[in-house]
Design a protein around this ligand. Structure first.
Ligand SMILES: [Zn+2]
Length: 412
């Protein structure tokens, strides 16, 4: 996702995602085309006394549409600030607030697992939205219908925007409180469920309810031909699934280290940097491996110099594979992890860098690059791949643990 920063509030960076730049004009347009019916509703429900004739001529509807859309997104930022400031109060750092296609996202690097904290953080956003709605309504009431000298268009326009924002912000709060995890209502549901059961189980249940809601939302959106609702439904479904999976893994891997599930160095197939790409590919087919650590052997010992994968090798045309060596195609900017790290950390690091495997290196401060053979940078003790992790997850879920006898004994 591409986003850029537009400022900060309470020390939290506020960012705009590029998709937001599509939504703002769309909302301005949608509101602009519905000035008359909306004004009629406001006149009926709130007794707004809007002079419809004064706000439907020329460019005024588009101006009102844009003002209301910007006002709506200001309300969304305040909603996210409600979540963020509550989270900060509990000591959880907030990376940023981003406005995107479906509204706002407050990014936390860490989530509370205490149900009371999650409940308060989740509910703070909708509470702020209700308060913003009440505030808009207050300003709406204070804006006179007629004021000597002021143009009736300006007064009616102001009352239109404020009345509309009052209703939209309350609607936003109500919509967010649907128990569609990971929306706010779903988080409230998880917090309440987590009172009496393990966090991972509460997440599973809340995510199931969320997915069910997403299906209903999607079907409703389909019948109502509401593309935004269909989009939100997709988003909720995918986000619910991935967060549930993340939490399940975290719970399953609570006591599992990288060392427990990695492929140890003695079982590891390695290649040398001067092996040709043709030989490498032939070995990959024969040994059914798609990634090899590249190890250089010299008089002083062995040194790790890189990692080569099938996709690296495929960059060379078939006819030229005899002419290129592993050293030409391997990756030298290596991502490493220590064997005593938690298995979950390994997954997070792979996701963060968009890679499928990490080298396991025994050294307290591994993580540098291995441009040249420098054995003092740490000893290669194994390799952990995405499939190692998924296999381990299967085993943990089916048997309850990773063969404990294989774990190194630690005195603690
Ligand atoms: Zn929210």
């Amino acid at each position: 996702m591409r986003s850029f920063r537009i400022g900060s509030l309470f020390g939290i960076p506020i960012k705009l995602d590029l998709t937001f730049l599509l939504v703002l004009p769309l909302f301005a347009y949608l509101i602009g085309t519905r000035i008359e019916p909306v004004a009629e509703i406001l006149n009926e429900v709130l007794g707004a006394g809007i002079d419809i004739g004064a706000i439907t001529g020329g460019p005024i509807p588009w101006l009102l549409g844009l003002t209301a859309a910007v006002g709506l997104f200001v309300g969304v930022v305040l909603h996210e600030l409600g979540h963020s400031l509550t989270a900060q109060r509990y000591g959880f750092p907030i990376d940023s607030i981003t406005l995107w296609l479906f509204g706002g996202i407050a990014s936390f690097s860490e989530m509370p697992e205490d149900w009371r904290q999650e409940l308060n953080i989740a509910i703070a956003g909708p509470i702020v939205s209700v308060l913003v709605g009440i505030g808009s309504y207050g300003l709406f009431v204070l804006t006179p219908e007629v004021l000597g000298g002021a143009s009736p268009g300006l007064l009616s326009g102001t009352r239109f925007v404020l009345g509309y924002l009052a209703i939209l912000n309350v609607a936003l709060a109500v919509f967010n409180m649907l128990p569609a995890f990971p929306m706010d209502g779903g988080r409230v549901l998880r917090a309440l469920l987590a009172r009496g059961r393990p966090y991972a189980q509460a997440t599973q249940q809340a995510a199931s309810v969320g997915k069910l809601f997403a299906v209903f939302m999607g079907l409703f959106g389909l019948f109502a031909l509401n593309i935004i609702l269909i989009g939100v439904a997709f988003f909720v479904f995918i986000a619910a699934s991935s967060e549930a999976q993340q939490v399940t893994m975290k719970a399953a891997f609570q006591d599992v280290t990288v060392g427990d599930i990695m492929t140890p160095v003695e079982d590891l197939h390695t290649v040398e940097p001067d092996t040709t790409v043709a030989v490498l590919i032939e070995r990959m087919f024969r040994e059914r491996h798609t990634g090899y650590p590249v190890v250089e052997r010299s008089a002083t010992g062995e040194g790790l110099v890189g990692l080569v994968t099938l996709s690296d090798a495929r960059e060379i045309d078939q006819v030229e594979r005899e002419a290129y060596t592993v050293a030409d195609v391997m990756t030298t900017d290596l991502q490493t992890i220590t064997p005593d790290s938690n298995a979950m950390t390994a997954i997070e690091r792979m996701q963060e860098h968009g890679i499928g495997r990490l080298l396991v290196v025994e050294t307290p401060d591994a993580g540098g690059s291995f441009g040249e053979p420098r054995p003092e940078d740490g000893d290669l003790v194994g390799l952990i791949s995405r499939s190692d992790v998924m296999t381990a997850l299967d085993i943990v879920q089916q048997s309850g643990s990773i063969a404990p006898s294989s774990r190194p004994r630690t005195a603690d």
